[in-house]
Design a protein around this ligand. Structure first.
Ligand code: RNT
Ligand code: ZN
Length: 417
């Protein structure tokens, strides 16, 4: 164990020579919460009887052991959190309502009491909770939701989102930390539309009604998440980026950027600075799209690092950071853990950059030295700092977390036939 500390001390010297304070970086990292998406644990199914996933998103694979009950999902989340350094948050979808002994109600009628068990779970562990209306995987979501031409359908989803506002407020009150409530809808058209405006006008009106229902802005950060296309919605999505960016700006709510939701060569890392010049905060879904919005597990890759640099350089308190992926082809606990640890690593990597010096080099237009430094920094002893961070936070360093997942698979997951 002493070895990790020794290696850290050597790494610390190397970074110090570069003008980077590693102790400070570790302190800063500890303050950045990541909202862990509950839906990696059960392939985005939930507990309200939906049964299958719809809305143009898809999980592929059937690795054994997915969570089937709230108890199983909570146990799985506990396992993941025991392998990830830092204190984080849990991001729930409305479809994860727990009815227990109370009667099942449809999504327009859900109440805080259906999430009491989640609040107890979060309280016991000192976690914050975030929330999402579930406007998919439901018979009423087949032909549009908040933008639907059918007034009854549209009413249903407006009422669902209003119900979700109440639940988000309840989370914030109980846990003493504001909840982000993110609205994403799958509405769109497979083929060339005859009218692009009417559905967008209805979406605008629906959002107006939801916000007008009144909610405590100090408790709930409402966000809207755009998307360029979905399966079966290839030609037009109603909630496009321009739509939501303008809507959010005019109504003083937040825009959520999911890095799987843009054209493949567009980078969310390049959008954050612009957003933060016009908004107090920005919300993120960090994911990994492979050729399309495939929601692969987040890795410690170039774009995740670039996103992390923007978070760190613009002020981590201005970015509401959440993950969003769902892989059913590998052990789900490992998928979650790799994603969380990768995001943490990317944040640490960003905190270990001599950010001021890099900015100064740019101001001086010394692009040669800027490139040289950024490249050489890639070979700095980052791993020694990361391993030490894991150690002081009481979680396994390196690949040492993997046996715990394999034991859990053997003892718990494999028994979920
Ligand atoms: C879908 C969006 C959305 C969902 C989750 C389950 O493309 O990314 O955020 O993944 O709400
Ligand atoms: Zn998303």
């Amino acid at each position: 164990m002493a070895a990790l500390k020794e290696r850290y001390e050597i790494a610390k010297e190397a970074y110090r020579a570069m003008g980077v304070d590693t102790d400070r970086a570790l302190e800063e990292l500890k303050k950045i919460p990541i909202s862990l998406h509950c839906w990696q644990g059960d392939d985005v199914i939930g507990f309200d009887g939906a049964g299958s996933l719809s809305g143009g998103i898809q999980t592929t694979g059937n690795y054994p052991g997915k969570a089937r009950t709230p108890e199983e999902l909570m146990a799985d989340i506990d396992k993941v959190l025991s392998l990830v350094p830092g204190r984080h948050r849990v991001n729930l979808h409305a479809s994860y309502a727990i009815f227990g002994d109370s009667q099942w109600v449809d999504r327009d009628r859900i109440e805080p009491k259906h999430f009491r068990k989640w609040v107890e779970f979060a309280k016991e562990r000192g976690l914050g909770l975030d929330f999402n209306p579930t406007c998919f995987s439901h018979p009423k979501a087949e032909f549009g939701t908040l933008s639907s031409e059918n007034p009854e359908v549209r009413r249903f989803w407006i009422d669902h989102c209003i119900a979700c506002l109440r639940i988000s407020e309840y989370f914030a009150e109980e846990l003493g930390t504001p909840a982000t409530m993110n609205i994403w809808i799958p509405d769109g058209f497979k083929d060339i539309p005859g009218d692009r405006t009417a559905s967008r006008a209805r979406l605008k009106d629906s959002l107006d009604q939801i916000l007008a229902s009144g909610y405590d802005r100090s408790k709930v950060n409402v966000a809207v998440e755009s998307k360029v296309f979905g399966i079966g919605m290839e030609s037009m999505t109603v909630g496009s980026h321009e739509f939501y960016m303008n809507y959010a700006a005019k109504n003083d709510i937040l825009c959520l950027l999911d890095n799987g939701h843009y054209h493949p060569t567009e980078a969310v890392s390049d959008k954050i600075s612009s957003m933060l010049l016009f908004f107090d905060k920005v919300a993120l879904h960090v994911t990994r799209g492979v050729r399309w919005d495939s929601d692969h597990v987040v890795l410690f890759d170039d774009e995740t690092r670039e996103i992390a640099k923007e978070i760190v350089r613009n002020g981590a308190d201005r970015v509401l950071l959440a993950l969003d992926f769902f892989d059913a082809s590998i052990n789900r606990i490992a998928a979650w853990t790799v994603g969380m640890r990768s995001m943490e690593k990317a944040l640490l990597y960003a905190l270990l950059q001599p950010n001021r010096e890099l900015a100064e080099l740019q101001e001086k237009r010394d692009f040669t030295k800027l490139m040289m430094l950024m490249e050489e920094l890639k070979c700095y002893p980052f791993g020694d700092v990361w391993n030490y961070y894991c150690e002081i936070n009481g979680v396994p360093a390196k690949e040492d977390w993997y046996p715990a997942v394999m034991d859990y698979e053997k003892e718990v997951l494999s028994k979920r036939a």
